[in-house]
Write a new protein. Structure first.
Length: 414
């Protein structure tokens, strides 16, 4: 049984929500963040990427940056840009990207559930990225970016959520510059809050869909606070971290495509001959390849798309990690043919989220004379099966879209 409790969010004034809401800190470059910050003084990137308001020579990981983030967040509250709700609430956060709609419940998950693997993960984290967010959370004394969780919702919870949406006006309702609509409802009725808590307790486990580094960092800050407060009871806010929980049956995962910037010294004909060892290869002149079923791949090289299907004997069907499409491609093509031994560290490989089309892959491959690969997306069931087994997915296995906006909900740690 997982814990997911209400909290009193620090959140934007209604009329400023659209301006405050910002893309996650790790999906924008410093240059992009600076441009957004220059145009929008309310953007939450002034907190999440506080270096944009300092001299360009300042190290983005210096103490000065984290202190600036804290000062900016405090000033936003003092100026009324951000206001804290008077009592704990749940929040409904809905996003719409074209015809796709995802509707989540905003609350706080438990650091103990994370430690006990009730909140399950499927990715490794990097120490330097963790350390950055640890310092950010600790200095700001708040979780500023939500963790994207999913789980098996009971139908009663979905029905209760839908009833609240139908009977209440949205607190926030805006369309961001990328065309994605964002809507937020505040569940502030104590009886409904208790019902939500009851139904959430029926969810046995949560799965981290996106935000592994933010989750690990939030947990480590919570453990640090426990050491600083040895008389803690477990009810303090630092024992919990900000999350948005989505029903897994309604989740969408996009493919995470690959581009290798060169051909590892091989001519096209040689590569095609080697690919045939582990893949059936088809060539349809003029037809791009966007795979429509598992274990099929598109390969773009020299201005042409090739359709690949993994041979049955090329992977272990019984192994949930080895049978992932990203694993099949890595084991049978990227490593033995193109020499990509470690995709985490090899600078010759680039990863392209599925929100970008095949034309982007073509352009990247054409620019360097490399090879692009389009993949079929990992499924949410594959993600949960691997997490349940305590296994780890290969890097860049999933791309979730739309991204949760930062700044709409802040969880103070005290």
């Amino acid at each position: 049984m997982a814990t997911f409790r209400p909290f009193a969010a620090l959140r934007p004034a209604k009329e400023l929500a659209e301006q405050v809401a910002a893309l996650p800190y790790d999906v924008v470059t410093r240059e992009e963040a600076e441009k957004i910050g220059e145009e929008n003084p309310y953007s939450f990137l002034h907190v999440d990427r506080a270096e944009i308001d300092l001299d360009p020579e300042v190290d983005p990981y210096s103490t000065q940056v984290y202190e600036k983030a804290r000062e900016t967040l405090q000033k936003m509250e003092e100026d009324g840009v951000m206001r804290q709700d008077p009592s704990p609430c749940y929040y409904i956060y809905q996003q719409q990207m074209k015809d796709y709609v995802q509707t989540g419940l905003v609350g706080c998950a438990s650091i103990d559930d994370y430690r006990n693997q009730v909140v399950k993960r499927h990715e490794l984290t990097r120490a330097e990225k963790e350390q950055d967010r640890i310092r950010h959370v600790d200095t700001c004394d708040a979780n500023t970016g939500p963790i994207f969780l999913t789980g098996h919702f009971p139908m009663e919870l979905i029905e209760l959520r839908n009833q609240w949406i139908e009977s209440h006006e949205a607190e926030y309702d805006f369309v961001a510059e990328d065309g994605i609509a964002h809507r937020v409802w505040v569940i502030d009725d104590e009886d409904i809050i208790r019902q939500v808590e009851k139904y959430v307790r029926q969810i046995p486990s949560f799965y981290i869909a996106d935000g592994h580094h933010r989750a690990a960092s939030a947990v480590k800050v919570g453990l640090k606070r426990r050491k600083e407060h040895p008389d803690y009871t477990g009810e303090e806010e630092f024992n919990y971290f900000l999350s948005v929980l989505f029903p897994c049956r309604h989740m969408q995962i996009l493919p995470y495509n690959r581009v290798v910037l060169d051909r590892n010294g091989f001519e096209e004909k040689g590569i095609l001959n080697m690919v045939k060892l582990n893949f059936e290869l088809l060539f349809f002149p003029g037809f791009p390849c966007k795979p429509i079923e598992p274990h099929c791949f598109g390969m773009y090289m020299g201005g042409q798309w090739y359709h690949l299907r993994a041979r049955e004997e090329s992977y272990d069907h019984s192994d949930p990690v080895a049978s992932l499409d990203v694993s099949i491609l890595q084991k049978n093509l990227l490593d033995p043919i193109l020499g990509i031994k470690d995709p985490r560290t090899d600078h010759r490989i680039k990863f392209v989220g599925g929100i970008k089309g095949l034309k982007e892959l073509e352009a990247m491959a054409d620019e360097t004379g490399g090879i692009a690969f389009s993949l079929y997306p990992t499924t949410i069931q594959e993600l949960m099966t691997i997490a349940d087994a305590g296994e780890i997915m290969p890097p860049k296995s999933t791309w979730f879209e739309p991204k949760l906006r930062s700044g709409l909900f802040i969880h103070k740690l005290r």
